[in-house]
Structures are given as structure tokens and as C-alpha cells.
Design a protein around this ligand. Sequence first.
Ligand SMILES: Cc1cc2nc3c(=O)[nH]c(=O)nc-3n(C[C@H](O)[C@H](O)[C@H](O)COP(=O)(O)OP(=O)(O)OC[C@H]3O[C@@H](n4cnc5c(N)ncnc54)[C@H](O)[C@@H]3O)c2cc1C
Length: 291
Amino acid sequence: MHADEFDYHRAESVEHAVELLATEPEATLLAGGHGLIPALKKRELTPETVVDIGRLDRLRGIERSDGAVRIGALTTHREVLESSVLDAAVPVVPRTVAHITGGRQVHNFATVGGNLARAHPGYDYEGALLAAGCEIHVRGSDGSRSIPIAEFVRGARRTALTDTEIVTAIELPTVDGERGGGYAKRKEPASGNAIVGVATDLTFDGAARGECRAATVAVNGLQESAVRLTAAEQALTGRSLDSDTLEEAASVAGDAIDADAVLDNKKASADYRLALLESYVYKSLFSATDA
Ligand SMILES: Cc1cc2nc3c(=O)[nH]c(=O)nc-3n(C[C@H](O)[C@H](O)[C@H](O)COP(=O)(O)OP(=O)(O)OC[C@H]3O[C@@H](n4cnc5c(N)ncnc54)[C@H](O)[C@@H]3O)c2cc1C
């Protein structure tokens, strides 16, 4: 199937892209194109104008500063996956991106900003970013602001972005102490998207991975937006993470979940998604404790 016709503009700067979004009719952004182009071809999206931000190098790259790592919105999955800075400071993020399917073509073109802005419940980044806790920096015709990740995705394909706003970067706080990250995903066979994807971010006291000082666990694919598994987090915090503790945390993981909000569709039933939760939480915790 072919896309409907649209006007194409290449943005020369972030400011230019914002101006085009504000002035052109029914405008949408193009970054890596691996979410937008299939959606145009299926006519799920029929914008009158496409604003290409793919050449805005200012929006690329990964930088560590005091207390944070900043990922530019146009940074590709491959750059995230291969980043030694992220691997050391926020390992849950590259360990999650390793599970994104589609091979080199997707990893070399698709971007973190596009993945997040598409807000697809089965995409993998959101859970990892929720587990790591981050701010989404955006720029629009009313200026710049930052949005906590928990407030960014409002539901399936809905975000807090206004019509003129662009994601410019994701800022992840770093922590003192040793950090572990893990991700475990049950793939939907046709798309590779997550039926259930569990991201774990652990902070340990000392370098020897002794007691767990802080734990955040989040799941995508289960509901319209990623959700924290707070019962599992409580079962891990302040504990030494032997296999009994991991099993206990996995067994209570679904306790605080709103079962009525679990997705129930042709990809997977709600019962199936819930039945997967315990074992995928265990796998994710296990991989996060594995240095
Ligand atoms: C074969 C295949 C397999 C895939 N498998 C997976 C998978 O397993 N897991 C997974 O998570 N993803 C998967 N994806 C999706 C992919 O990872 C991309 O992240 C996704 O396509 C969006 O990134 P993009 O840069 O291509 O964005 P685009 O397609 O260019 O844009 C996507 C949407 O985001 C908007 N947008 C883009 N950039 C910005 C920005 N900076 N600010 C605001 N809005 C913006 C666009 O307007 C558009 O609506 C797969 C894709 C393909 C084609």
C-alpha cells in the first residue's frame, strides 16, 4: 500500500522544525522513519505535511555530565546499544535496546525520540526509561520544558507533547554505587514488539553487589503505557539478592497491578499477559543481578 500524498519539508534547525509544526497544516515529524513510514503506508496516519528532522545533528549523541547522562532524541538504537557511557551509568537502557528487533536496518536508523514519541505499548524503551527515572526535554512554540517520564506517555499512541513540540533529549540521573540493569521480553512473533517486557534497574551498596539499596521494575506491553511493579520493588529493596529473594519479588510482582487495565487484544489476551508476568520479572531481575 502507498501513503497518501503529503508536503515534505526538511528542517534546518530545531527552531525551524518548531516553526514548521506551528505554521504548516497537519504537520508531523519524521526522524528515522521506521514507525512513521509503515504508519503512512497503512494510512494509520495521514498528515498533510511531513517535517524531516533527521539531519539535525544537534539532537544526536550521548553525553555524561555531573549527575546525569543525556541522550539526544535523534540518537539511534545502535548508538545506545554500543555506548560504554550508558553501559556503565544506566545499564538498563542498552540492555533493553539489545532486545529491539528488526536487525541492523532498524538499529541504524530508528531513534530513541521516535520510539518514545510513537508511544506504542509494545515498544521497548518506555519501560527502561521509567525504571531508570528520567526527564524528557522538549521544545515547542511556547519554549522549552521537561516532562517526567511517568507523565510523558498518556496511553497507547498518546503523549504529553503539544502539536508544536519536539523531543530534544532524554536526561537520566546517575547514582553513586554499583548499578545493575536487565530486561526480559516475550515477543509478539509477527512484529517483534513486547507482549510483556520487564525492565529492572538496581543500585547496590558497594562494588561487590551486596545489599540492594534501590530497585525499580517497570513493565511495558502489559497496559497502554509502561507501569511500575511496586510490590516487586519493595520485596527487593534492602535485601541481599539471592535466588529466594528474586523468586519472592517475582511472585508478588502483579499484586499492585490494575488487572482491568491489562491489554486484551488479538496480539495476546489479558490472561496470557498476566500469566507471563512472574517468569519475565524473574528473568529480568536475574539478568540485572548478573554483572
Ligand atoms: C521491522 C521493525 C521492527 C521493530 N521492532 C521493534 C522492537 O522490537 N521494539 C521497539 O521498541 N521498536 C521496534 N521497532 C520500532 C523502532 O524501534 C523505532 O523506534 C520506531 O520506528 C520509531 O523511531 P523512528 O526514529 O524510526 O521514528 P519515526 O518513524 O521517524 O517517527 C515515529 C513517530 O514519532 C514522531 N517523532 C519522531 N521523532 C520525534 C521527536 N524527536 N519528537 C517528537 N516526535 C517525534 C513522529 O512524528 C512519528 O509520529 C521496529 C520497527 C521496525 C520497522
